[in-house]
Design a protein around this ligand. Structure first.
Ligand code: DGY
Length: 321
């Protein structure tokens, strides 16, 4: 009998071939709605593999009820929705989708930076709302991007890709990372700063750090108060690194100039959330890696990760083996 694999969101059939050869594959067919927890638990109970989204919680409660489970493959590079330690305890290999989304996510991060700096979404709404009466010298004037200082918090693969884009805009690039990376600094012409100095010196701050117990609430009131009042804050990692009440105050009281967010503490964010009322906040619905090409690559990689584990072969992207 073939092992059973459950996929928690509808993926294109063409990405499933590698798995369908060796497993019985079932998929949650609703594109817009996540699989309800009760169904996920029921499926996990008989599954050897789960292909999960970042909105699915893979915790001890689920792992305890999943006696046959060998692999959990997240369709994301981030895996803060999965209890990796508990997975290891239960002998479950956790996989993610690094590399294939690096450039796509960096494109979006840089696009969000540009949108925030040059007020692009605000300007687009302005014209569609019929407010454009005449050209005027300072109408919707934003902030330059070229020759400014960019501070990247989290210098992993996506951080490097953002730094490369910034060099094309003649930006000075500072970075902060848990561990200093001398080779990367030399190769890309970056300067390392301690977190506080990066906040004080940067015109644009881009957060790319994964969500961990150490980075949770990293961008709090103290951090926003350290930034220049002209600074723009961009987050494309996870909402949990930002204290949203603090950012709300930072925008209301002019501690910083604006923000661009692709991620929120609770997703989808409630449309009545106070943050969304700020004209100087550009908000996107977690689309960092959302190009068709990249999402197909991510799906194929996640499928391949599970297929490898089920065949007893080292998967291309495991985080706990
Ligand atoms: C990831 O891969 O972690 C992204 O947030 C998904 O777009």
């Amino acid at each position: 009998m073939k092992p059973y694999v459950y996929i928690t969101r509808k993926l294109p059939q063409e990405t499933l071939a590698e798995l369908q050869e060796i497993a019985e594959v079932e998929m949650w067919m609703e594109e817009e709605k996540p699989v309800p927890r009760s169904i996920l638990l029921e499926k996990a109970n008989k599954a050897a593999g789960l292909l999960t989204m970042l909105s699915d919680r893979i915790d001890e409660e689920l792992l305890r009820q999943a006696p046959y489970l060998k692999a959990v493959a997240n369709l994301a590079v981030g895996f803060d929705n999965i209890n990796v330690e508990a997975s290891s305890k239960y002998g479950v290999t956790v996989c993610n989708t690094p590399d294939v989304l690096t450039d796509t996510t960096a494109d979006l991060a840089f696009g969000l930076l540009m949108a925030a700096g040059r007020r692009i979404t605000e300007a687009a709404e302005y014209i569609k709302d019929g407010k454009w009466n005449s050209w005027s010298p300072l109408l919707l004037a934003g902030t330059d991007i070229h020759h400014k200082t960019l501070g990247i918090v989290g210098m992993g693969r996506i951080g490097e890709a953002v730094a490369r884009r910034a060099s094309g805009f003649d930006m000075k690039v500072l970075y902060h990372n848990r561990r200093r990376k001398i080779e990367t600094e030399e190769r890309l012409g970056l300067s390392y700063r301690i977190f506080e100095d990066l906040l004080k010196e940067s015109d644009y701050i881009v957060c790319l750090t994964p969500l961990t117990p150490e980075t949770k609430d990293l961008f709090n009131e103290k951090a926003f108060k350290m930034m220049k009042d002209t600074a723009l804050f961009i987050n494309v990692s996870r909402g949990g690194v930002v204290v949203e009440e603090a950012l709300d105050r930072a925008l209301s009281e002019g501690w910083i100039n604006g923000a661009g967010l692709d991620v929120f503490r609770e997703e989808p964010i409630n449309p009545d959330h106070p943050l969304l009322r700020h004209p100087n906040l550009t908000a996107l619905p977690h689309i960092g890696s959302a190009s068709t090409e990249t999402r197909l690559k991510m799906a194929r990689l996640a499928v391949s990760n599970i297929a490898h584990v089920l065949q007893g072969i080292k998967p291309p992207a495991a985080v706990n083996t």
